[in-house]
Each structure stands twice: as structure tokens, then as C-alpha cells.
Design a protein around this ligand. Structure first.
Ligand SMILES: Cc1cc2nc3c(=O)[nH]c(=O)nc-3n(C[C@H](O)[C@H](O)[C@H](O)COP(=O)(O)OP(=O)(O)OC[C@H]3O[C@@H](n4cnc5c(N)ncnc54)[C@H](O)[C@@H]3O)c2cc1C
Length: 308
């Protein structure tokens, strides 16, 4: 019951009761899986958008939003310069403000950002096994050690967790398309504090050994010798790949003071045609809220007459 709360960005006693709706949705609605994994949802959305005339340009980093007289007039990318009627940034809010905009056009100061409480980051292991497992479910939460200790090491005294709770996803138990025949595709997820230093390969390996021991002990399945693929991903990767503020994985923490209108606004206060979507603005982190924020911004653009 408590584990999902770790992803919300605060200890259970500091999380608004409203978020018990997450547990309610899980328990009453059940857990659903899109065949092909989450990527198939992304592909379907791309197809839908293309059907409506949207053009995508992939692998093209935005390096600058050009502002003239309080209006975003162009976006400069690694491939060129595009003039714009409006800009919607779905990248990390802090990054857009501090790295893409001239300082005078930032809505929020460094002081504001430094006071934000971030949701955790995570330590991830993508593991391929050359055998099938019997004693495992698609979703497994390992609650076998102290929740209090792990929560303390994420929120009260941020440090690499000494003995963390973790989650294992074994999508290949449900979906044959995500692993070769006779193989298993596992993801191990350990929530850790955002902004942690010392994220090295050797530290990641040390933690992997710790959680695999527990995994083997509880499932009775030996996996160490069956690993044929292993990739790790953590705080520094979130910063390098996604420009994620303090390497957070789930945006701003859902504390009462960072909820609803107390979150960074989806409309810039300084640039008339600049909007923000995603997990650092309203309504909040997670896939459904991030999608809703896109819908909210689309509505705002339609109101201005820029979009139909
Ligand atoms: C391991 C993990 C598990 C999760 N599990 C769940 C879950 O079970 N349920 C749930 O609801 N949520 C989950 N989440 C959270 C969810 O994935 C996020 O809240 C959501 O994806 C955020 O969406 P977004 O659009 O704000 O950001 P993103 O999905 O990060 O999209 C931002 C995009 O902007 C791009 N970008 C950044 N900078 C630039 C630039 N300069 N130029 C061009 N593009 C740029 C990035 O490459 C990225 O593609 C999980 C997250 C992680 C990391």
C-alpha cells in the first residue's frame, strides 16, 4: 500500500490524502498492460498525430528559444532555426527556463528552483536472462526491508539507500514480443533521492548484487548465471539524456505546497506565447497527468486563436 507513495515524492505522512486515489485505481481498476509495452502507446499517439497533419523531427536538440519584445519568435536546434507562432516546451521546465531562455525572460528565479522539493530519481537495471522464470509475477514489489529506513534515506537525509525496497517488472511473462523465445526481460527499479552525487558504475554494481541476492532468496530463482544483457541507468543519465533537474525521474514532489496552482505555471509569465507541458507543471508527474498537461496547453492555445 505504501510503496507507490515513494514515487509521489514525499513520505506517506506528508502526502495529501487525495493521492490514495492511486491505490484505489490499482486495487479497484486493476493493472493493465499495453501489448508491446509503453512504447506501443507512444507509437500509436505518433500515428494519430501524423494523421492530423503533425510533423515530427526526431534526434534534434533544441538549443535556444529566441525571444523578441516578450514574444518567442524562433527556436534554434542542432539542425536549424524555425520561426514560430508559439512554443510549447515539453522538456524539463527548469532546463527550458535556465538553458534555453535569456535570463530576463525566466518566470522563476534560481532561488525558487532551489526551494523546490523534487520527487525521487531512480536506479534502474535492464536485465535479459537466457532462461524463463516460474516463481515471479509481471509486477513484484520487494517490501522485505524497512520502508522507514529507505524513506529516510530518500527524503530526510538524502543518500544512496543502505538496504532499499525495490520493484521488478517482468513484462516478458505477459508479452512474448519483449524477449527472445526462452528468455526473460526484467527491469529492477530502486527509488533513490534526486541530486545524489557519486553515481558510478561500481556503486551501481554493488547495489545490483545486493538486490539480486534478495530477489533470488525470495523467488527461489537463480538468475546471476543466466544474465546475458545488463544495462544500468540512474541520476547522471537522467541529467545527461533528459536535462532533468537534479536527475529527478518523476518531476516535482506531490506535497501540498506543490500541488495545483502552487506548481510552476503552464504559461510563461514573461513570454506571451511560451507554454510548458509535462511533469513539472500542472497537473503533475506521471504519464496520465503529463498527457493532461498537454491537453490543458492545447486548450490555452485554442483560446488565443493560435491553434484550432
Ligand atoms: C523508471 C520510471 C518509471 C515510471 N513509472 C511510471 C508509472 O508506472 N506510471 C506513471 O504514470 N508514470 C511513471 N513514470 C513517470 C513518467 O514517466 C513521467 O512522469 C512522464 O514520462 C513525464 O512526461 P514528460 O512529458 O513531462 O517528460 P518526458 O517523458 O521526459 O519527455 C520530455 C522529452 O523532452 C525531450 N527533451 C529534453 N530536452 C530537449 C531538448 N533540448 N530538445 C528536444 N527535446 C528535448 C526529452 O528527450 C524527452 O523525450 C516513471 C518514470 C520512470 C523514469
Amino acid at each position: 500500500m505504501e510503496f507507490p507513495v515513494l514515487f509521489l515524492g514525499a513520505l506517506p505522512e506528508e502526502t495529501p490524502a487525495l493521492y490514495s486515489l492511486m491505490n484505489y485505481a490499482d486495487i479497484k481498476g486493476g493493472t493493465w498492460y499495453p501489448q508491446g509495452g509503453m512504447y506501443s502507446v507512444v507509437k500509436s499517439m505518433q500515428q494519430l498525430a501524423e494523421g492530423l497533419g503533425v510533423q515530427f523531427r526526431f534526434n534534434e536538440e533544441v538549443a535556444e528559444i529566441v525571444v523578441e519584445d516578450g514574444k518567442a519568435v524562433a527556436v534554434v536546434t542542432t539542425q536549424g532555426r524555425y520561426t514560430t507562432d508559439a512554443v510549447i516546451s515539453g522538456a524539463d521546465y527548469h532546463f527550458t527556463e535556465t538553458a534555453l531562455l535569456p535570463p530576463e525572460y525566466r518566470t522563476y528565479s534560481d532561488q525558487y528552483w532551489n526551494k523546490r522539493v523534487m520527487a525521487p530519481s531512480c536506479l534502474l537495471y535492464y536485465v535479459g536472462l537466457n532462461k524463463k522464470l516460474k516463481n515471479l509475477c509481471h509486477h513484484s514489489l520487494f517490501f522485505d526491508v524497512s520502508f522507514e529506513q529507505h524513506g529516510h534515506e530518500i527524503y530526510r537525509d538524502p543518500q544512496w539507500p543502505s538496504n532499499p525496497l525495490f520493484y521488478v517488472s517482468a513484462a516478458s511473462l505477459t508479452d512474448e514480443s519483449v524477449a527472445p523465445t526462452g528468455c526473460e526481460n526484467l527491469v529492477f527499479l530502486v527509488p533513490v533521492a534526486s541530486g545524489l552525487q557519486g553515481d558510478t558504475e561500481s556503486l551501481r554494481e554493488e547495489w545490483f548484487q545486493k538486490i539480486v541476492e534478495r530477489f533470488e532468496q525470495h523467488t527461489g530463482e537463480e538468475i546471476k548465471d543466466a544474465i546475458v544483457v545488463k544495462r544500468t541507468y540512474s541520476v547522471t543519465d537522467f541529467v545527461n539524456d533528459y536535462h532533468s533537474f537534479r536527475g529527478n525521474a518523476y518531476g516535482l514532489a506531490n506535497t501540498l505546497r506543490q500541488t495545483a496552482i502552487l506548481r510552476p505555471s503552464c504559461k510563461s509569465k514573461k513570454v506571451s506565447n511560451l507554454y510548458y507541458t509535462g511533469q513539472l507543471t500542472v497537473p503533475g508527474p506521471g504519464v496520465p497527468p503529463s498527457l493532461i498537461s498537454g491537453e490543458v496547453v492545447a486548450g490555452e492555445l485554442i483560446k488565443t486563436g493560435i491553434a484550432r
